[in-house]
Design a protein around this ligand. Structure first.
Ligand code: KG4
Ligand code: ZN
Length: 353
């Protein structure tokens, strides 16, 4: 059983060791946070408390099994919004203790990183682009618990940039899908927005300057038009933003590919993308083009496993169960838990990277 509660999804799933997803229940708190235009940690934690027990029961009944058929409880114990993480972890501990089951503490990022192995036969190592609302990283996935981080964001995550841009353009929350939809009707070349860090060595990301550029362009346009923005202006701003962000990501991925080829010779030439932003078809298309050019294969888990879910946590549970990597009941919730502890923390990288 896998439990996820680190952000605004309460999720419980049951996955077998032969890669069958027996149940995968995801309850999103979207509507509860909508009036605030973003996730409110206290509301998220309280909502996890309200729903988690019921979702555990539902996950068992949908899988048509009982507690006696469960071999271990895997749970996200970080990184994430600490109140929510604590709710999931305490619930998992209580069940593990009451049922005498092993507890497996899971890094949320590792859930994203390994989920592709749940749906496909992929061996280590591979290159991973993790792009979500809270994270934006490039990593070499070398094994379970074994990562080399090539880059992370020095300010906003890619999904966060989409969400903030949506807010600036009055497109609502969550911003990613709304910006993508508006962008499809816009001119991506109308505004020349910056491509942060493009051309610089390394694979770090930066998106806050881009967001500010969108804000300035909006204000200037609105001042020129008596405070009014036309629908076409909004679509053009969205399209130009999405193009700049995609260009910046592509540049960073190219550097990561160079590094990977140089340092991991004769290994899988594979780029895996995960996280909510992987839903963006324009970004995916561009990455597909880059992969073709560089002889890499692009892989992405199905959409419901790209965004936050319990199955990816249960799957890490399966992988760790094989190595008997169990955790004690004294395991604590952590807000910050890098996958590669040797990587230098990026300046201003927020609390989670
Ligand atoms: O992985 P996820 O569900 O949650 C975490 O942040 O862990 O990712 C959510 C993020 C949000 O920022 C959302 O705006 C973004 O993914 N997103 C998208 C799209 N769909 C979701 N960004 C761009 N294009 C999309 N189609
Ligand atoms: Zn996530």
């Amino acid at each position: 059983m896998g439990i996820e509660s680190s952000c605004d999804e309460t999720a419980v799933a049951i996955v077998s060791n032969d890669k069958k997803i027996l149940s995968n229940i995801i309850l999103t708190q979207l509507e509860e946070h909508m009036p605030y235009g973003g996730v409110v940690p206290e509301i998220a934690a309280r909502s996890h408390i309200d729903h988690l027990n019921r979702l555990v029961r539902r996950a068992l009944s949908e899988a048509k099994i009982g507690f006696d058929d469960i071999s271990a409880i895997a749970v996200t114990s970080g990184p994430g919004l600490i109140g929510g993480v604590m709710v999931g972890l305490m619930t998992a501990k209580a069940m593990a203790y009451a049922r005498g089951l092993p507890l497996i503490s899971v890094n949320h990022l590792e859930g994203h990183a390994l989920s592709i192995r749940l749906t496909e036969e992929i061996s280590f190592p591979y290159l991973l682009l993790l792009v979500s609302g809270g994270h934006c990283q490039l990593l070499v996935v070398k094994g379970v618990g074994d990562y080399e981080r090539l880059g992370t964001t020095i300010d906003d995550a890619a999904g966060e940039a989409f969400d903030k841009t949506a807010k600036i353009l009055g497109l609502g929350y969550p911003g990613g899908p709304a910006v993508e939809k508006a962008a499809a009707q816009g001119d991506p070349n109308r505004f020349k927005f910056p491509r942060p860090l493009k051309g610089k060595p390394g694979s770090n990301f930066s998106f806050s300057g881009l967001k500010t550029a969108v804000l300035r362009a909006r204000d200037q346009l609105s001042a020129e038009q008596d405070g009014k923005l036309k629908r076409q202006d909004i679509c053009d701003l969205a399209a130009s933003f999405q193009k700049a962000l995609t260009d910046a990501i592509l540049d960073r991925v190219q550097n990561a590919m160079d590094y990977y080829l140089e340092n991991y010779q004769n290994k899988n030439k594979m780029l895996v993308i995960a996280g909510g932003v992987a839903a963006n078809s324009s970004i995916k298309e561009q990455l597909e083009g880059l992969c073709d050019k560089r002889g890499f294969e692009l892989k992405a888990p199905p959409m419901n496993l790209c965004t936050d879910n319990g199955a990816m946590i249960a799957w890490v549970g399966v992988e760790k169960f094989e190595g008997q990597q169990f955790s004690g009941l004294d395991t604590g919730a952590v807000a910050r838990w890098p996958l590669d502890p040797d990587a230098t923390p990026a300046i201003g990288a927020g609390a989670k990277a």
